[in-house]
Ligand binder design. Structure first.
Ligand code: ATP
Ligand code: MG
Length: 267
């Protein structure tokens, strides 16, 4: 899955990343869904081991434009996991109290503990994305944040956190279809947010902000992956595969049992 990993130090141009790409899976949609379900089962097994070993912490960050599928991807990724070991944090518009602190203040408490998988649905990256695009703080402030963010993530990594960051990449046409579907389907209408159209109108500005954020903060210890997300099944499959591969790479082991268990007789 290295194909979608952003090499540290490289400059990302999202126009070069095809959101409709499906080159990493030869099968069709139903085969892709079946494979994703198998991988989600493997992730559940790996999570049991992560929890038992109680040594590593795993943080998975999701960022994307509206309708790219952060919620759906998280649902499919974690479908088989034990909810007790997974903490999903949503970062919405900051409250007045959160705004009165530095922008990482609300984030750090949600970083995972040993044995846990922490998932960020939006994240500290909003502070160099929406904040930059809407001019919510002066450039002189947001422009220094890339460095803070890289340092913050390095701190987490140095203290034992494995970090994976996903940008779910869709194009304007796909967003249009999905917004229209929300309008047309009575069961999805509640999801339609007229305010999302303002962000849609700023698409080029958002793409530039994403390019800067991804280019400046993809590191060896906290890499970004740009996931083609026009096809939901392919997006889910790639994300699940990358998470499974990353957890496998931790070479986890079941903890040593207490000594003398062979002699234990339970009557
Ligand atoms: P969904 O629409 O699928 O329910 P969502 O993540 O889009 O999920 P919303 O409540 O629609 O949730 O949107 C959250 C909004 O909060 C987004 O527009 C996001 O840009 C904004 N937001 C998040 N963090 C910040 C921040 N630090 N500063 C300003 N706005 C932020
Ligand atoms: Mg929204």
């Amino acid at each position: 899955m290295d194909r979608y990993r952003v090499t540290p130090g490289s400059t990302v141009n999202l126009a070069d990343h095809d959101p409709g790409d499906r080159s990493e899976f030869k099968g069709n949609k139903s085969a892709g869904k079946k494979r994703q379900a198998e991988l989600a089962g493997q992730l559940a097994d790996l999570q049991r081991l992560l929890w038992a070993e109680d040594k590593h912490k795993v943080l998975i960050v999701f960022q994307a434009m509206d309708t790219a599928g952060k919620d759906g991807t998280i649902r499919k990724l974690l479908a088989r996991t034990n909810p007790q070991g997974v903490k999903v944090a949503n970062f919405k518009k900051p409250t007045p109290k959160e705004l009165s602190h530095d922008y990482l203040w609300r984030v750090h408490p949600h970083a995972p503990a040993t044995g846990e998988i922490g998932v960020f649905n939006r994240s500290h990256y909003e502070d160099v994305l929406v904040v930059r695009v809407l001019d919510l703080v002066p450039e002189q402030r947001w422009s220094r944040r890339y460095e803070h963010i890289a340092d913050f993530e390095q701190l987490l990594a140095d203290e034992g956190t494995t970090i994976i960051k996903f940008y779910l990449h869709i194009d304007l046409d796909t967003q249009k279809e999905r917004l229209q579907a929300r309008l047309d389907d009575p069961e999805k209408r509640w999801k339609f947010n007229v305010g999302d159209l303002d962000h849609r109108g700023l698409w080029p500005e958002y793409m530039a902000a994403y390019e800067a954020a991804i280019s400046k903060t993809s590191t060896e210890d906290a890499p970004w992956y740009v996931i083609p997300s026009n096809r939901k099944w392919y997006r889910n499959l790639m994300v699940t595969q990358i998470v499974v591969d990353t957890l496998r790479g931790l070479d986890m082991e079941w903890p040593e049992p207490e000594e003398g268990l062979d002699d234990v007789v339970i009557d």
